[in-house]
Design a protein around this ligand. Structure first.
Ligand code: IVH
Length: 663
């Protein structure tokens, strides 16, 4: 075999393997190889494809990543409208529906009952078995082209596993987020000081609406398919049961909880079973969908302008109860968000006693108009914290709930986030946030204090050994040995880790401070731009806003953080304790230098020059100020040249710049 053919064969082999493992992992839920092995194969395929772009195909698993962010979605018209379902909670109404349709069709193949997934409906078009388009439901007539986002989700096959695919088939189903995946996403968000998402449905909908596929790819959505729109080139199956079987054969994810029911009595039995099993699911369902099995009967029954007559959503009673609000308190979350919580007269809902309910945020409180003494309706959904749905009867003495000016845990001033509806305590020393702050400070991308985990952080806070992060540096052998499960060796190791961690990269230290909206990436940018802790602490709003990648929300969070005296004191305390953040990146010869360009450059674009400067530790800016170090003047320079002369700033030409920055 020639070398080229060998490479091509290897590429094909890798593609087949990865596609199969995706199927096993995401569709079947039965992984066969380790993540590491998978990553290795994926990396090999990517490299081979980069070296041999002539072998890249539209169905390669590498196509799932890398889509560019969009400005807006294109609109697509659905070939067959995406309708919605008639809803009911009542058995009588389902029985009436059955009677009504039995007059028109013999119900020869009975019904199929499926779970009604609480997600977002999508349509995915495959041409000759290859995925070419994915669309959201939109208004039912047309929706958004969300192909780039859907491609990132490995649960959606790029190619159907069949030798005889239809010329074109539009497959419909539901995208949703597993409850466990929501939990995972929220854990990461908590760590980054971002507000957590309230429920899987909205998170899923929000994710599919993101314009940047790279962001979508960081979340793992799930999907189940159950219907079709257009079907050209082969004959569609005759029944819903057969459709689901074929989808499974094709490697599409199908919810296996469906069943065929010969009579409406059997439908009711299955409904009860699904209702019982609901709590065991890792995803939210809000009821069932009962469908006529035989497609020929669908055609006879037809549809109203909004709903098909061949199906009905038979929903579960939501778990609600009424009770009285005792008082409304404020609780400080681990990231400083202050949440109003209603303390309730205990009430049983679906076998669980509920005595408090979250009110989410102050806007929500205002909308509900709730205050102490009111009779309220409380709902407990799948896995979420109970919430107040409505006020049934006001107590009469309405006392509006005012957001606290001071943090109930530490008394620090509370501020409203500019990006949302949250009130937040940004005191680095707030005890309510302390444990989480310690864990963040010690984490691998921050100060990397090995051995400082959940259990130890908890004990340190409980015993009062650590009241501020800087107290970590006053820990000693005696204190550590008094903790549970601590022997000398372990204590010594932890003390060493704390001490050795003090010589750290500036970017790690900035990240470790846990400033809201400042993740690892932003911390690096800040370190590069300001070069020292003091540089950052004294940077004004203008200098922050001057950085391309930093917008008003992030700079506001940074300003906010450093404006607080306690935060400033805490940083001083850390430095006093020997923390030495330094900014040093190899070969960064323009470190801390600021450049401004004017006029036309012959050999490079301004963007390329800016990137070069940044890579070498310097910064590029658009206007000449007192702290500009160099003005690079090209052909036909503008007024910046005069300004630079006036301020006595060093002026260099293009050649001199190239010499300085290299190529
Ligand atoms: S069949 C004509 N089956 O419920 C629509 N829909 O209110 C036929 N849904 O937009 C839809 N699970 O997003 C069907 N097993 C299921 C479903 C399901 C959830 C959603 C779907 C649809 C909405 C209808």
């Amino acid at each position: 075999m020639k070398i080229d053919e060998k490479i091509r064969a290897r590429i094909e082999n890798l593609r087949e393997k990865i596609t199969r493992y995706d199927f096993l992992y995401y569709v079947k839920g039965e992984p066969e190889i380790s993540d590491r092995e998978y990553d290795r194969m994926y990396a090999e395929l990517k490299t081979l494809e980069e070296e041999h772009p002539e072998y890249i195909t539209a169905d390669s698993p590498t196509r799932r990543v890398g889509g560019e962010p969009l400005k807006e979605f294109k609109t697509v018209k659905h070939a067959v409208p995406m309708l919605s379902l008639e809803n009911t909670y009542s058995r009588e109404e389902v029985a009436e529906w059955e009677k009504r349709i039995r007059k028109k069709v013999p119900l020869k193949e009975g019904f199929v009952i499926e779970e009604k997934l609480d997600g977002v409906s999508i349509s995915v078009t495959y041409e000759k078995g290859k995925l070419i388009l994915a669309a959201s439901r939109g208004n039912g007539i047309s929706g958004d082209d969300i192909t780039g986002n859907i491609l990132t989700q490995r649960v959606i096959p790029l190619v159907l596993r069949t030798d005889n695919p239809p010329d074109s088939v539009e497959i419909r189903g539901e995208m949703f987020l597993k409850i466990s995946e929501l939990r995972r996403i929220n854990e990461v968000r908590e760590k980054n000081g971002e507000p957590v998402f309230a429920n899987p449905r909205n998170t899923c909908a929000g994710t599919l609406k993101l314009l940047d596929p790279a962001e979508v790819s960081e979340r793992r959505l799930s999907a189940y398919f159950y219907g079709f729109g257009r079907w050209d080139g082969t004959s569609p199956p005759l029944t819903q049961m057969k459709l689901l079987e074929i989808y499974e054969e094709w490697g599409l994810p199908v919810n296996s909880t469906y069943s065929q029911c010969a009579s409406i009595e059997e439908v009711f039995e299955s409904y009860e079973r699904l209702a019982d099993e609901r709590a065991d699911r890792d995803y939210d369902i809000d009821g069932t969908v009962v469908k006529v099995n035989l497609f020929r009967e669908h055609d006879v029954l037809g549809a109203t302008s909004r709903n098909p007559r061949w199906a009905i959503a038979y929903k579960f009673e939501s778990k609600k109860a009424t009770t009285t609000v005792r008082e409304i308190i404020f609780s400080v979350g681990r990231t400083g968000i202050i949440t109003p919580v209603a303390k309730l007269e205990p009430v049983g809902i679906g076998g669980v006693t509920v005595s408090s309910a979250t009110l989410h945020n102050f806007d929500q409180v205002r909308k509900l108009g709730v205050s102490a003494g009111d009779r309220v309706e409380v709902e407990r959904g799948g896995d979420v914290i109970p919430k107040i749905v409505s006020v049934i009867k006001a107590s009469g003495s309405h006392r509006p709930v005012v957001p606290p000016g001071k943090c109930p845990a530490c008394g620090h001033t509370v501020k409203k986030d500019i990006n949302g509806v949250f009130y937040r305590c940004s005191n680095i020393r707030c005890p309510a946030q302390l444990k989480q702050k310690i864990l963040h400070y010690a984490s691998i991308d921050a100060m990397n204090i090995e051995g400082l985990g959940e259990n130890i952080a908890q004990q340190l806070v409980e015993r009062g050994f650590v009241r501020n992060i800087s107290d970590l540096y006053s820990l000693d052998m005696e204190k550590l040995l008094s903790l549970d499960l601590f022997a000398e060796k372990k204590a010594r190791k932890l003390l060493d880790a704390v001490r050795n961690g003090r010589n750290c990269a500036l970017s790690n230290f900035i990240y470790a401070l846990g400033i809201q909206n400042v993740g690892k990436h932003t911390a690096k940018i800040l370190a590069r731009r300001f070069g020292s802790v003091n540089g950052l602490m004294n940077a004004g709003r203008a200098a922050l806003m001057d950085i391309d990648e930093i917008g008003p929300i992030v700079s506001e969070s940074i300003m906010d953080f450093f404006e607080s005296d306690t935060n400033q004191d805490e940083i001083k305390e850390l430095l006093k304790n020997g923390v030495r953040p330094v900014h040093q990146e190899g070969g960064r010869k323009l470190s801390g230098l600021k450049f401004v360009f004017t006029g036309t450059m012959k050999n490079f674009t301004r963007k390329a020059a800016a990137a070069r400067i940044e890579a070498l530790g310097g910064a590029e800016s658009s206007s000449v100020t007192a702290d500009t170090d160099y003005l690079v003047a090209g052909e036909n320079p503008g007024s910046k040249l005069d300004k630079a002369k006036e301020k006595g700033i060093k002026i260099i030409n293009e050649e001199e710049f190239t010499e300085l920055a290299g190529k």
